[in-house]
Every structure is written in C-alpha cells, then in structure tokens.
Ligand binder design. Structure first.
Ligand code: GLN
Length: 545
C-alpha cells in the first residue's frame, strides 16, 4: 500500500492530440530533465495502448527501433529519450502495453483471484493500469507517465480512464495533465489553426480530464491572440498555453525552450513541490554549445535495411551525434540501403564516407550488401563499426575473404552453410517461440586492454545490453584469429565472443551488444566517441592527400 512509502510521489501524465509523431516522448523527457535540474527525483514511464505484449516482435519499419533496457525488457523507443535526457531508472516497469495488462488480468482470472466477479474494463483493467503506474515510482518526487497514441484512439480509452481516476485517487493537486497538440500553419492563407487543438482538448474533457497545461507544437511563434483563444476554448490559464516551436539545430534544445516558457515553474507550483530552486542547466547548455558551433563535419555511412525510417535506427543516430559532440564535430549521415549496395556496388554508394557503421537487424534481406560494404571499409581502411548483426556480418566477411572459409555464413541465413561462423548455442536449438527468447539486457564483458575497444573503455570489465539469438561460433575463433580477426571482448561465464577487431586496420570494431542504448549527449559512449574520432582522422588523412 502507498502508506509504506516515505515520499508520496506526484504524478504528471502527458497525452497527445491531433496527430502522432509530435515528439511526446521527447517533450516528456525534457520535462523530466527540467525537474531533475531543479533537484527533484523522478521516474519515467510509457504506456502503450497496442495489443502486442512488447514491441519486440513488431517490424521496425512500422514501429521504429526496439529499445532494450539494462534488465532486458524490449520496449518502446521513447524510453531511449528518457535515458538520454534524465537519470531516471529505466527498467521493466517503465513500459506497459495493453497486451501486458490484459495478460496480467487474464492470468489472475484463470487463477480465480477475482472470486467469481465479472471481469470488466472498469474497474479491473483500469485498476491493473493504475497498479502499473504505481509500480514504477520507487522513492521519487514525481512520476512522469506518457500515454502512447493520440487522444480519440479507441484502444487508448482504458488508459485515459485510468489516469482520470488517478486524479481522483491522488488528489488534483498531486496530479497534473499535460496535453501536447499541433497547431498547423496553413501557408496559403498564412494562418495558424487552433481548431484541432480545441477538438482534441474537448475529447479529453469528455472523458473527464481537464488538462492543466497545453503544449503547442508549432512552426511559427504563438501570438498573444492565439494564447488567449486556446486558453478560452481549452479552459486553461494563458500562461499554461506553452509554445514548443520547431528546434533550430538540435532536439536537445527542447528543455531550454520549455524552460523559456516557464513550464517548470508551472509544474512546481501546481504540484506544490517544495524544492523550487532555479534549474541548473549549465552542463546541458555547454553541450548544446558544442552542437551549435562544431569545428567541422564528418560523414558516416550507415548501411541497413530500414534506412527510410529514421526511427528504425534512432539510438544509433543519436549515439553517433553524441560521438560528434565529444569531438566537437557535426556528424552527417549517409543512409544507405544494403539492397542498393547489392544492386549498385559499394563504391557507388559509399565513396567518400569517412566512416561506416552497420547496425543490428534480423532476416536475410540485404545481408550480402552489408557484407560487401564491410569488405569495402576493411580493404580501403575506412573506420568501421559493426553493431550486433553488423558484427556478425564483419565476422562472415573476414571468414570468407581473409580466412578463405568459402561459403561462411550465419545459420540464421543459411542453415547448411559449410562454415557456420555465426550460429545458435546448443541449448537454444529447441526454442521455437519468437517473443522474448533472445539474449536480452546486460551481460558482463571482459575487454582486452591492448585493443581499440580496451583503449576506448579504459576499463577491464564492462556491462552492455544485448538483443540477439545468434553468437560467434567458438569453433572458428582460432582460424579467424590467424586471419587477423582478434576477439577482444569476452563474456567470461559462457565464454562468448562479444567484441571482434580487425588487427591490421586503423579502427575496425564489431560488438555483439548494443552500446548505442547507453550513450547520452552529456556522456557520449566511448566506442562511438572513438569511432567518430577515427572517422575524422580518416577524413583528414584523405584531404591531406
Ligand atoms: N539477427 C541477429 C541475431 O539474432 C542479430 C540481432 C541484432 O542485430 N539485434 O543474432
């Protein structure tokens, strides 16, 4: 029961209206950052109304990347924003879906826990949602819960009902509803339109939720009349109408934009939070300074299957940008479809890049293009960073073209390959389910100090997050080492290869894990920092002749 807690948390709920992809996750994370900067302890959570139990089985082209927490949950990519912006503990309680909630309720029903009651959306599903919200908090001052989807979606209704009840349970002074909407700008008439916002807030109020703040995503500045109009129609004070204009150069500007609109003051006042010092945003500001005024630009080729959707490799692009921040360089991405490499050859697609990154992935489509791209980077001594499937492809490439293991492959793509340099562990061979059956979350890795990875980490033991089924096949370790592929990171308990490096190369590193999930703009991941540094050096070498 809640009485056992020392601190009674306050609750902020962020909802979205009008359209999806407004940057609700980003805005929620920015709110979290502002509260932390004022000395408050926060928790962050995302509730997703879709029926899937987790996004692990969803196509990244539709849903974006699957973000993996340190405790091995496959979650929504908005949690990546939470980790990049805040220090909130992100774990299995940070993301719940309709699927998980129904799973829980149905399990209890089968067990007979409801003692013969008829199970209904209200109260059983809404109670389960509320208990998920309360589970996340720990000892924090504020829990920020973001509701996925857009107000008006049928599947979002039980969640809205649950957060409405939270206001009743916890008291309106302890709960705050923040609604994010879009103010479309019609170029033809030169007008900004508030009607969709009015409708979306009306929809919320129909359910019984009166937003305390309306944040307006807009291309143009909000005029006084717009603020007045939104205030009147949406029933919020004018100062609670917040302008969130499109950023100029980086998404990391958003906290400063919201602070400029005094959003953190509003929150602190509404929730009666006592630590009301001005936020300390110095470190964040210094980081933004480095983004705004870089010393140069470096171009990184990213070769993958889902290149058309930025969100499919969201954390990779972010971590690369962080590597740029560490070196005071702007990172430009050349997004290359691996199938185009197959069709047109690596030179046509990659000539001139300063570094090459091959991210994680599943399925055979485009594999040969990735392998060709890696060969190109190895032979031309272009810095290469392979992540998960990218590391596996690098292993296949070296096996085929350096070690002379003809037809080498991963058994994921060719079960009867003569040289299964990437394969399943013996104990995994009988698993047939697809959901939640991978090596997931943090694993220990011992790093060889005298290696590119060792120099980057400057630590002998590291923990990194995983999400894969297949592994480097230890039967080929010796043959590949003789060909020049070093294994410089090992998970000791199971003797699994976690890092490979090509010795005779300026920077060629493949990692079985996903370092991109741990990178922050204020604490760039060491491997991304060094990869970008090596790419900058490569560019300089080329320019210098
Ligand atoms: N498909 C590969 C595996 O399952 C790699 C997964 C990944 O890149 N995340 O092992």
């Amino acid at each position: 029961m809640k009485d056992e807690r020392k601190v009674m948390p306050k609750y902020i709920f962020t909802t979205g209206g009008v359209v999806s992809s407004l940057g609700k996750g980003l805005t929620s994370a920015a709110i979290g950052l502002l509260l932390e900067a004022r000395g408050l302890k926060i928790a962050m959570q995302k509730l997703d109304p879709y029926i899937n139990v987790d996004p692990g089985t969803m196509n990244p082209f539709q849903h974006g990347e699957v973000y993996v927490t340190s405790d091995g949950e496959e979650t929504d990519l908005d949690l990546g924003h939470y980790e990049r912006f805040t220090h909130a503990v992100i774990n299995q309680h940070s993301n719940y879906t309709t699927g998980q909630i129904y799973n829980e309720v149905l399990r209890k029903e089968r067990r007979g826990d409801y003692l013969g009651a008829c199970i209904q959306v209200v109260p059983h599903i809404t109670d389960a949602i509320k208990s998920c919200i309360r589970r996340v908090n720990g000892e924090v001052d504020v829990v920020i819960t973001e509701l996925g989807g857009t107000v008006g979606d049928i599947e979002g209704l039980p969640f809205l009902e649950a957060i409405r009840q939270m206001g009743l349970d916890e008291g309106r002074g302890n709960t705050m509803y923040i609604h994010l909407t879009l103010l479309p700008y019609l170029r033809a008439s030169g007008e900004m339109k508030t009607k969709p916002t009015q409708h979306s807030v009306a929809k919320l109020r129909e359910i019984g939720i009166q937003p305390d703040v309306v944040i307006c995503r807009t291309q143009m500045p909000l005029s006084q009349e717009h603020r007045q109009k939104i205030s009147l129609f949406c029933n919020v004070p004018p100062r609670a109408v917040i302008e969130e204009k499109d950023v100029e150069y980086s998404i990391y500007e958003v906290p400063l934009i919201l602070h400029g609109e005094r959003l953190d003051d509003l929150i602190v006042e509404h929730l009666g939070l006592d630590r009301t010092r001005e936020p300390d945003l110095d470190e964040w500001g210094r980081m933004l300074e480095r983004i705004r005024e870089p010393d140069g630009e470096v171009e990184i080729g990213v070769v993958g299957k889902y290149i058309a959707l930025h969100d499919a490799y969201k954390s990779i692009y972010e971590a690369l940008a962080h590597g740029g921040i560490a070196n005071r360089y702007r990172v430009r991405f050349r997004k290359v479809s691996s199938e185009d490499v197959e069709a047109r050859g690596p030179d046509a697609m990659l000539a001139g890049v300063h570094g090459l990154l091959v991210p994680g992935g599943f399925g055979e489509r485009g594999i040969e293009g990735k392998i060709e791209a890696i060969r190109y980077a190895r032979e031309r001594r272009i810095p290469f960073f392979g992540i998960c499937l990218g590391m596996q492809c690098a292993t296949i490439e070296c096996a085929r073209h350096v070690a002379g293991l003809e037809g080498a492959h991963s058994t994921e793509f060719q079960a009867d390959t003569p040289h299964p340099v990437i394969s399943l562990l013996e104990e995994q061979r009988t698993i047939t389910d697809k959901g939640g059956t991978m090596r997931l979350g943090n694993y220990l890795c011992c790093v060889e100090p005298d290696s590119a990875a060792g120099r980057a980490y400057a630590e002998a033991e590291i923990q990194e997050r995983h999400r894969h089924r297949y592994e480097f096949n230890n039967r080929y370790r010796e043959a590949l080492r003789e060909a020049g592929l070093r294994t410089t990171g090992i998970h000791p308990a199971l003797d699994l290869v976690e890092i490979v490096e090509f010795a005779d190369h300026p920077w060629f590193v493949g990692v079985q894990f996903h370092p991109e999930f741990r990178s922050k703009p204020t604490a760039p991941h060491p491997l991304f920092r060094d990869f970008v540094r090596a790419s900058i050096d490569h560019g300089r070498r080329k320019n210098g002749g």
